[in-house]
Design a binder for this molecule. Structure first.
Ligand SMILES: Nc1ncnc2c1ncn2[C@@H]1O[C@H](COP(=O)(O)OP(=O)(O)OP(=O)(O)O)[C@@H](O)[C@H]1O
Ligand SMILES: [K+]
Ligand SMILES: [Mg+2]
Length: 693
């Protein structure tokens, strides 16, 4: 069977090599983004863009001889305003470039292959070749050892070991088989041994990987609610400063007349002042922060299909986890037959095997295997018999054959079933069921008509390293709750072993959904990790929904993230990346606003000293001249964007500590830093510019 290694892969993305983003490409992109349509998307930077155009025109006018200031000065301002716009473009291009490299790596797994399409979903059915990019949803395809799986789909028949390293970076092969929660296959992965018959579930170009690639490339990255709110704030600040600068013009003209000294402030200086005052730092880096968050998520081997979910991850309060396949390895295998008093083990095995011959779940198959191993029971012809497939609602499966109604399922389900037929559930068996459950195994009770025959013990193993990491989640203030369709005792045993805070047993898909809604009504942000089709409704409802890559297509479709490592504790990383993204945005906003305030005091005296000589007293920095002061401020304003690009891409360092302490520290570093930096920076640039004035 699949790898028995119970430890979890903790590594970063190792699958495909990431090409570094070339400088030329970034510079090229930065110029491409100068189109007005792109600029309009970012109101703050659009103002800078307009300022660059106007000052350039003023410079050209000055060349003719009737300029408001020397042409050289105006062009110097214009050039640095253009640099400001280009730096912002470059920041975004850099962030997107990383994503693009990742997307290219993923796209390279999308190979065009020829698929063997089958007439009927049987291995030996008539078949014909179809190129993978022409496969229709619903088509049946046979994939043999050595072949590439042509599309996303579900296994209908067979079981095979599959190399998914092209996508997950994990070199150990995984088992993909029909029935149960391990039936989904991803296009681009390779069958190593055996064969499968699959049904195509996604049209070419619309598979989960394609959607993800579009997301990474930013094509589909909508603004998150927080980003929208921040944008509104930035627009408001921009408008306020626009008003301030416009009213400065008559104020300055008035000063020129009254004091009879100097000439009024020029349009060029007013534009320069405006750009220095509006929050360009955060405006320039905002989108890069978002894209970089997505990219960091991918580095952790999590494919996010929604920026909103990444952000929500930063504020998660509760984490709900499915048991089988999420907390445990999920290949629940029959390990023992425990007969009821008066029944032989072989009779029990025989009935259990009959009830499982048509049961395509891993549990069903493992029962058939155990019966064969122990009593050499062979499968027999069950055609014509009525088979009852397992469902998460009935928690039973079985067969009606030769006047026998054979069932197997959860103890509570079988109890109801035999009692409805007038039978009784032997009290001795209740004890045996509890014993099995206390071991953390799943007891399946087998019945024939109204008679209970005994128990099949299904063993499952808790994934390694879980307990410690759940403790970390607890330290972050996140409550972990396991939800399972299994009985209370099994749930309790596994819950204790995994170290979750709470559990809900005997849960139907609706119960899972209801629990999430209940938490959400209490105003909590809920994360859910799951792998099964019966987790899909809950995943769709959760704010942050991480589907295991090992899980079903339904689960992956319903979630807004897929963890390629199928590691339930990956949520730790997901939360970290989310928190980091929110914090980085906060830090840059704080810095940006503090910075602008400081610039105000640095340049106002210089700019207006000509008309209001008294303001000279405020020129505490002793800048060389009004002209050099203004130009220095504009240059500083542009360069600070470049200086902060690494921080925007890398993110502020996250430490697991209370939000209030994080906030205080960030205010200190980025608020105070933002206030001081302009005074030093502008003074230095002014010193360097002095020879030119
Ligand atoms: N093939 C099967 N035939 C009969 N009964 C089954 C079968 N598989 C599971 N059951 C019973 O149904 C119960 C619920 O199913 P299942 O475990 O798939 O639910 P779940 O909600 O996905 O929970 P989890 O995956 O967290 O354990 C099981 O605990 C078991 O008692
Ligand atoms: K600014
Ligand atoms: Mg499940």
């Amino acid at each position: 069977m699949s790898s028995t290694d119970t430890s979890l892969p903790q590594g970063e993305f190792t699958g495909s090599t990431f090409r570094p983003v070339s400088r030329v490409a970034v510079i090229g992109e930065a110029f491409c983004k100068l189109s007005p349509r792109v600029q309009l998307r970012n109101p703050v930077m659009f103002v800078v863009y307009l300022g660059s155009i106007v000052t350039t025109l003023l410079g050209i006018q000055a060349l003719g001889g009737d300029g408001e200031a020397p042409a050289g000065f105006i062009f110097a301002i214009a050039a640095w305003l253009w640099f400001t716009v280009l730096f912002a473009n470059a920041a975004e291009a850099l962030a997107e470039g990383r994503g693009k490299a990742q997307a290219d790596a993923l796209r390279s797994t999308r190979k065009r292959v020829v698929a063997q399409v089958l007439k009927e979903p049987r291995r030996d059915s008539q078949s014909w070749p179809v190129p993978s990019d022409e496969l229709a949803v619903g088509a049946f395809v046979r994939v043999e050892a050595g072949e590439i799986i042509p599309a996303d789909g579900e296994v209908l028949q067979g079981a095979a070991s599959v190399d998914e390293s092209a996508i997950t970076g994990e070199s150990a092969p995984v088992i993909r088989e029909s029935g149960g929660d391990f039936c989904s296959v991803t296009g681009g992965t390779r069958v190593l041994s055996d064969w499968i018959v699959m049904r195509v579930t996604a049209r070419p170009g619309e598979a989960f990987l394609d959607r993800m690639i579009a997301m990474v490339e930013g094509a589909k990255r909508g603004k998150t609610p927080n980003e929208i709110a921040l944008n509104i704030l930035l627009v408001a600040l921009t408008l306020i400063f626009l008003l301030v600068c416009v009213t400065l013009l008559p104020f300055s003209s008035f000063g020129a007349i009254v004091n009879g000294a100097g000439s009024p402030v020029t349009i060029t200086v007013l534009i320069a002042l405006l750009i220095c005052l509006i929050p360009t730092t955060i405006g320039a880096l905002l989108s890069a922060v978002g894209v970089a968050g997505m990219s960091r998520m991918m580095k952790a081997n999590v494919l996010a299909t929604s920026g909103r979910a990444i952000e929500a991850a930063g504020d998660v309060d509760v984490l709900l986890l499915d048991k089988t396949g999420t907390i445990t390895l999920g290949n629940r295998e029959a390990s023992a037959f425990i007969p009821a008093p008066g029944v032989t083990e072989q009779a029990l095995a025989d009935a259990a095997q009959l009830a499982s011959l048509a049961d395509e779940t891993p549990e069903g198959r493992s029962i058939v295997i155990l019966a064969k191993q122990k009593f050499n029971l062979r499968g027999r012809e069950v055609q014509g018999a009525e088979t009852i497939a397992f469902s998460a609602h009935t928690r039973m499966s079985g067969i009606n054959i030769d006047d026998h109604q054979i069932r197997k399922g959860a103890a509570s389900a079988i109890r109801t079933h035999v009692e409805s037929l007038g039978g009784i559930f032997p009290p001795e068996l209740v004890k045996l069921v509890d014993e099995v459950a206390r071991r953390g195994s799943t007891p399946l009770v087998v019945s024939d008509g109204s008679k209970v025959l005994g128990i099949v013990e299904l063993k499952d193993i808790v994934k390694g390293g879980i307990k410690e990491r759940f403790a970390e989640l607890r330290a972050m203030g996140i409550r972990t709750v396991m939800i399972t369709g299994d009985n209370k005792l099994t749930a309790a045993a596994i819950a204790a072993e995994a170290g979750v805070d709470d559990y809900l047993a005997e849960a139907t898909p609706e119960d899972k959904l209801r629990l999430i809604r209940k938490y959400q009504e209490e105003g909590r942000l809920v994360a859910m990790t799951g792998d099964g089709t019966n987790d899909a409704p809950a995943l769709a409802q959760a704010d942050v929904a991480v589907a295991m890559n090992s899980g079903t297509q339904a689960a992956k479709e319903a979630g807004n993230m897929v963890d390629l490592d199928s590691n339930p504790t990956k949520l730790l990383r997901v939360v970290e990346v989310g928190k980091q993204m929110i914090m980085t945005r906060g830090a840059l906003t704080t810095f940006s606003v503090a910075n602008d305030l400081a610039k105000y005091f640095a340049i106002i005296p210089a700019a207006f000293v000509a008309t209001y000589p008294a303001l000279g007293a405020l020129n505490i920095m002793h800048l060389h001249s009004p002209g050099s002061a203004i130009l220095s401020a504009v240059i500083f304003n542009a360069l600070i964007i470049v200086v902060l690009i690494p921080l925007a891409l890398r993110g502020v360092k996250y430490r697991a500590e209370p939000a209030s302490r994080l906030l205080t520290r960030n205010l200190l570093i980025y608020g105070l830093g933002g206030l001081i930096a302009p005074f030093i920076g502008i003074k230095l640039i002014d010193l360097m510019l002095t020879p030119f004035f």
